[in-house]
Design a protein around this ligand. Structure first.
Ligand code: ACK
Length: 291
């Protein structure tokens, strides 16, 4: 398949922008995965691999899916940071709305933490170094802090939305439900296990919902386990909101220093959580001390 062919886009009522005519030479190779109404392809453009996120357009598609895809494209094309997956261009042609992203070959942080090889005793065959994990946490924190500085709330900070490049540097992705800050956000969005209580309860929320989700991701990094793994998403959400429950904090060796930060990030009261700049500062200090 080739993108960017067909001047029909110009006559198209759904055409939002066709801002990157140079993507005419982009070739799609294979599907990397699907989810949330879009498919991600691995492609080749000007001799480099790229990831192409294509909205699945079908007759039953709701307007919201298109709206959030356009929102993601807009947000991504306005931002640039070493810890955010770079958007190389967008194409909003009917039948083929697509976002072209840098290709990140290292897989997701979720995959790094949870899909490891185990020996016959159920022990992982190799340990992930605490240094690498602290560096990844710091990189994600700088990416989210950058978003907040640019008035963007990610709203779905979690290990599956952090991808690693060839040198295992972390980049935040998936801006499908990100939003420009407005004081009265109430819509429920995100993923139950990592969603802040105020978001689950449809209360007003702000940047601090990302701090909560970051805290939950930090717990996942420090324990290399899924939070509330014995419960389904709804049970976890009930425990978090109604009972103030959180997973027990007992970090793996050499990651104990993350414990206090985790607890401060997921406080019930958003105002008591640190802002992302403070989280970055604390992670810099931890990173310098980790063995
Ligand atoms: O977890 P994964 O291996 O990484 O599977 C998902 C899949 O596409 C559906 O989202 C992968 N993916 C998303 N964006 C990129 C990217 N920029 N580079 C490489 N893989 C990506 C994601």
């Amino acid at each position: 398949k080739r993108l960017g062919e067909g001047a029909a886009a110009a006559r198209n009522p759904l055409l939002i922008e066709w801002d990157q005519p140079q993507f005419g030479s982009l070739v799609l190779h294979r599907v990397l995965g699907e989810g949330g109404g879009s498919k991600v392809w691995k492609g080749l453009w000007k001799g480099s691999f790229v990831a192409v996120k294509v909205l699945k357009v079908d007759p039953g598609m709701c307007r919201d899916a298109l709206r959030s895809f356009v929102q993601e494209a807009k947000i991504l094309s306005q931002i640039r940071h070493p810890s955010i997956c770079t958007c190389l261009g967008t194409c909003m042609q009917q039948g083929f709305p697509a976002i072209v992203l840098e290709y990140l070959q290292g897989g997701s942080l979720h995959n790094l933490l949870h899909n490891r090889e185990y020996n016959a005793d159920g022990q992982p065959t190799s340990a992930i170094s605490p240094r690498l994990l602290c560096r990844i946490a710091l990189e994600v924190a700088t990416g989210v802090a950058y978003l907040h500085d640019n008035s963007i709330i990610h709203r779905d900070v979690k290990a599956a939305n952090v991808l690693l490049d060839g040198k295992q540097h972390a980049k935040v992705t998936d801006f499908g439900i990100s939003t420009k800050f407005a004081p009265e956000h109430t819509a429920e969005t995100g993923t139950y296990r990592s969603m802040a209580p105020e978001v689950i309860l449809h209360k007003g929320y702000d940047y601090k919902c990302d701090v909560y989700s970051f805290g939950m991701m930090l717990w996942e990094i420090a324990h290399q386990r899924i939070p509330f793994e014995e419960e389904n998403g709804l049970q976890a959400a009930y425990g978090v909101t109604m009972e103030g429950r959180r997973p027990p904090v007992k970090p793996k060796p050499n990651l104990e220093m993350l414990g206090e930060l985790i607890v401060s990030c997921w406080q019930q009261e958003p105002a008591k959580r640190p802002d992302m700049d403070a989280v970055v500062q604390q992670l810099i200090a931890i990173d310098a001390r980790v063995a």
